[in-house]
Write a protein that binds this ligand. Structure first.
Ligand code: SAM
Length: 330
């Protein structure tokens, strides 16, 4: 059964209490959509039922929720509230997320029903840009054509290196639809924990890909942070760390055109669940491809001639809350 195009019903001032959503099966699938079953007051005062899809019902919403980079305590209060609202009213929300985002969200909002998007990384022959464009099309359609309230959960901040989010924002803007963006703490905060960045000569941020494969040259007068270190492909399981030396070798050779072999570089990564400690090791550039790097690694490249401090691996910060009283008593 196909659905009628949206029409404006007589209650065009917004949700008025008479709009009722009735679940309807969609053609060719098991998914349900909504049809407005409101009664509309005609100009002469007569009440008639109508069964068109009215604009009020069709206007869903799309919220992108940044969950922070690692631990549940990195979530903002706004993100927690969005998750809790979805748990409290599961019929009103459609929640989507990749594996890492799902684990975080489930820790905060047990029982939250999240639709997996992991298939995106299992599509052989489909590269990431295409997969993300498809995802953006699906989420905006669910929200703005089908009238669902959609939550799209992403790790970290939605605004750092997230092509799917970029595609969604562009698509929504082209359709003149507003989306809600819940900002999140970015991975940068965890990574900068293990360096001493003075800020005196700025900071460049690039994907390691740009340098290894796209020929981007760095500004050697400023420190650079290279993200997505060791990722070797734009489709499939790009996070298999055993294959990271392949890309590290290409990156090393590119950097060697600008930096000496003994230039210090810092590999910055996370210890992974459950602690997600910020880890780091300092090596010479020439040794960059000697061993694999864990998933979610980054490379800090200090400037040439910059302060020694910026080429130093900082001590890890302490995570545990310190109780001043017990410290005094012990
Ligand atoms: C595609 S980007 C997405 C970043 C995300 N939007 C954010 O703000 O955290 C993924 C890259 O961020 C970095 N990253 C993400 N999580 C990290 C973590 N917990 N520790 C260190 N680096 C991380 C890695 O370089 C990884 O390849």
């Amino acid at each position: 059964m196909g659905l009628a195009q949206p029409e404006r019903c007589a209650h065009d001032g917004g949700p008025c209490g008479v709009h009722r959503r009735q679940k309807l099966p969609q053609s060719g699938g098991s998914q349900m959509s909504h049809r407005c079953t409101a009664t509309a007051t005609e100009p002469h005062g007569a009440i008639r039922p109508h069964s068109v899809r009215c604009e009020v019902c069709v206007s869903g919403s799309l919220t992108i929720v940044g969950l922070g980079p690692a631990r549940p305590e990195h979530l903002t209060q706004e993100a927690v509230q969005a998750l809790q609202a979805a748990v409290a009213d599961p019929h009103s929300w459609r929640v989507y997320g990749l594996a890492h985002a799902r684990a975080l969200a489930e820790a905060i909002a047990p029982g939250l029903q999240i639709r997996s998007l992991d298939y995106l990384y299992g599509l052989t022959g489909v590269d990431r840009p295409l997969a993300y464009a498809d995802l953006a099309e699906m989420l905006t359609r669910r929200a703005f054509s089908d009238g669902h309230h959609v939550l799209y959960l992403v790790a970290g901040s939605p605004l750092f290196y997230n092509d799917a989010v970029l595609a969604i924002r562009r698509r929504a803007a082209a359709q003149e639809q507003a989306i809600r963006l819940i900002h999140g703490m970015a991975f940068l905060d965890l990574v900068l924990d293990r360096v001493y960045w003075t800020g005196h000569s700025g900071l460049a941020l690039w994907s390691a890909w740009n340098v290894a494969f796209d020929g981007v040259a760095l500004d050697v007068g400023a420190p650079t942070l290279l993200v997505q270190l060791g990722e070797f492909g734009s489709s499939g399981d790009a996070l298999n760390e055993d294959r990271s030396p392949e890309m590290l070798g290409k990156l090393r050779d590119r950097l060697r055109r600008q930096y000496p072999a003994d230039h210090p570089v810092l590999v910055l990564y996370s210890s992974g669940p459950p602690e997600y400690r910020s880890e780091g090791r300092r090596i010479e550039l020439s040794a960059l491809a000697d061993q694999p790097v864990p998933v979610y690694s980054n490379l800090w490249v200090p400037s040439i001639g910059g302060p020694d401090l910026e080429a130093t691996l900082a001590a890890p910060s302490v995570r545990r809350m310190v109780d001043p009283l017990s410290e005094v008593l012990s």
